[in-house]
Design a binder for this molecule. Structure first.
Ligand code: ARG
Length: 455
């Protein structure tokens, strides 16, 4: 491509380090779409003639079909996807192929291809996040009033409902959804026509190519257009945050499905066995979703580091952006699908959940609150009385509600029989009716509002 200036061939290691074709061949669809839009615009503007334009478009159509059907030979010597396609075009249509690169550089070409790819991939992840939210929503609805322990420090804290717990993730994933949606909105501008860095002297129509490629508008500054990769960074940060939510949920599935907990059973389709211990059902998919968070974080840091300190405009460093980004999108793709499959097919164990919900004196706060509300005892004092009651129950090896009125009155004489109405797990859960609280009446509202938005 630049033979005019050079007399010797590149070193073979130079060829290897310089080539990106094995990675950026994934941009073939975007590259051909960008080239067709560019060729048609050049023709419309009278920069190339119609015969050449038709030949170019026809040739590019043929090339993308070859690529789709695995009939295209990718060559490392031709460095990247752009030059592989252009070289093939030259073979197919001859001289006119050389006119395609008028008023264009690989710098705006790759910026356009990559932006198109990232935008489409963000859109695909949006759909997957929504599917996962629907799976969570459906399980939440089925188990809206099933009780389970709520934890802090992974110590039993207060009872909650399974529906409430699952809806917490719907909220988290909805924010991931909006992060991707925001990123898409911000990246929705077209770099094509920025040429190498300074724009071009040809009378091009950047509105036309932007529109043809589905962008909202052309980018306003040609230096920025070829240099910007913040859209990739923003996507990677959305990926890292989403992966982090997935990882917390995955961790819960690992804990919940472990035999001492046995809150849930992962379906056969999403479990693996052990080659030595026949009884095992391992939550491998959940563990791998948890593991992939590390890569997502790594990709974000890699990309931030890659771009840090690069002077304007293009530097070859930026060629390495693709592998990092592709990998992160791919692993989020798998993770979202795996998590959706696990959530859809897992079954909850009502009995174990209820038993655990009533363990660990989970309604102690309800007792303290009752002392405050019904007996007008200051909370700090109520806390102390409740602590003594828990201690008494623990020493006796019983639950709070198994203590007799006399035993409770020995701790605080003002306690009445009414206290037994509020000590049960169901009463505790039903009482937490503050906005966003765990009471089934509130959780049903949360579910209804999400159903309206999602279904
Ligand atoms: N393969 C290159 C990349 O992905 C294309 C741009 C090359 N531009 C250049 N000035 N060498 O970044």
């Amino acid at each position: 491509m630049w033979g005019g200036r050079f007399s010797a061939k590149p070193d073979s290691i130079m060829t290897s380090i310089n080539a990106s074709i094995n990675v950026d061949k994934r941009l073939a669809e975007e590259d051909v779409a960008g080239s067709i839009a560019h060729a048609k615009m050049l023709c419309e503007q009278g920069i190339i003639n119609e015969v050449d334009c038709d030949d170019i478009v026809e040739g590019l159509d043929k090339i993308i079909n070859e690529i789709r059907h695995d009939k295209f030979h990718f060559s490392v010597e031709l460095e990247d996807i752009h030059m592989n396609i252009e070289a093939r075009l030259k073979k197919l249509i001859g001289g006119a192929a050389g006119r395609l690169h008028t008023a264009r550089s690989r710098n705006d070409q790759v910026a356009t291809d990559f932006r198109l790819w990232v935008k489409a991939s963000c859109t695909a992840r949006l759909d997957q996040i929504e599917t996962l939210m629907k799976a969570l929503l459906s399980q939440a609805e089925t188990h809206v009033d099933w009780v389970m322990p709520g934890f802090t420090h992974l110590q039993t804290a207060q009872p909650v409902t399974v529906g409430h717990h699952l809806m917490a993730y719907v909220e988290m994933f909805s924010r991931d959804f909006s992060r991707f949606a925001d990123a898409i909105h911000r990246m929705d501008e077209c770099p094509l026509g920025a040429a190498a860095l300074a724009g071009t002297g040809f009378n091009i129509d950047r509105e036309m190519t932007a529109e043809a490629l589905g962008f909202d508008h052309p980018m306003a500054n040609s230096l920025d257009a070829v240099s910007a990769r913040d859209y990739a960074i923003e996507s990677l940060s959305s990926i890292a945050i989403c992966a982090q939510h997935l990882s917390r949920l995955a961790e819960e599935l690992v804990i919940w499905s472990s035999s001492p907990f046995s809150f849930v059973r992962m379906s056969d389709a999403w479990s693996t066995g052990s080659s030595i211990m026949p009884q095992k059902r391992n939550p491998d998919a959940a563990e791998l979703v948890r593991a992939k968070t590390g890569r997502a974080n790594g990709s974000l840091i890699a990309m931030l580091t890659l771009m840090k300190g690069l002077p304007l405009a293009y530097s070859k460093d930026m060629q390495d952006d693709k592998q990092i980004t592709f990998e992160a999108f791919d692993s989020l793709d798998l993770s979202l699908q795996a998590m959706t499959g696990m959530i859809e097919t897992m079954t909850f164990n009502k009995e174990n959940l209820a038993k655990a919900a009533s363990g660990g004196f989970s309604t102690a706060t309800d007792l303290a609150d009752w002392l405050v509300r019904d007996l007008n005892i200051p909370f700090r004092e109520a806390h102390h009385i409740t602590g003594a009651s828990v201690k008494a129950a623990e020493e006796k090896g019983v639950q709070l509600w198994d203590l007799s009125l006399e035993e409770l009155q020995a701790i605080e004489p003002r306690i009445t029989n009414d206290v037994f109405d509020i000590l049960s797990v169901d009463a505790s859960v039903a009482s937490r009716q503050s906005y966003g609280g765990t009471a089934p009446v509130r959780v049903r509202e949360q579910i209804a509002s999400w159903k309206e938005r999602l279904l």
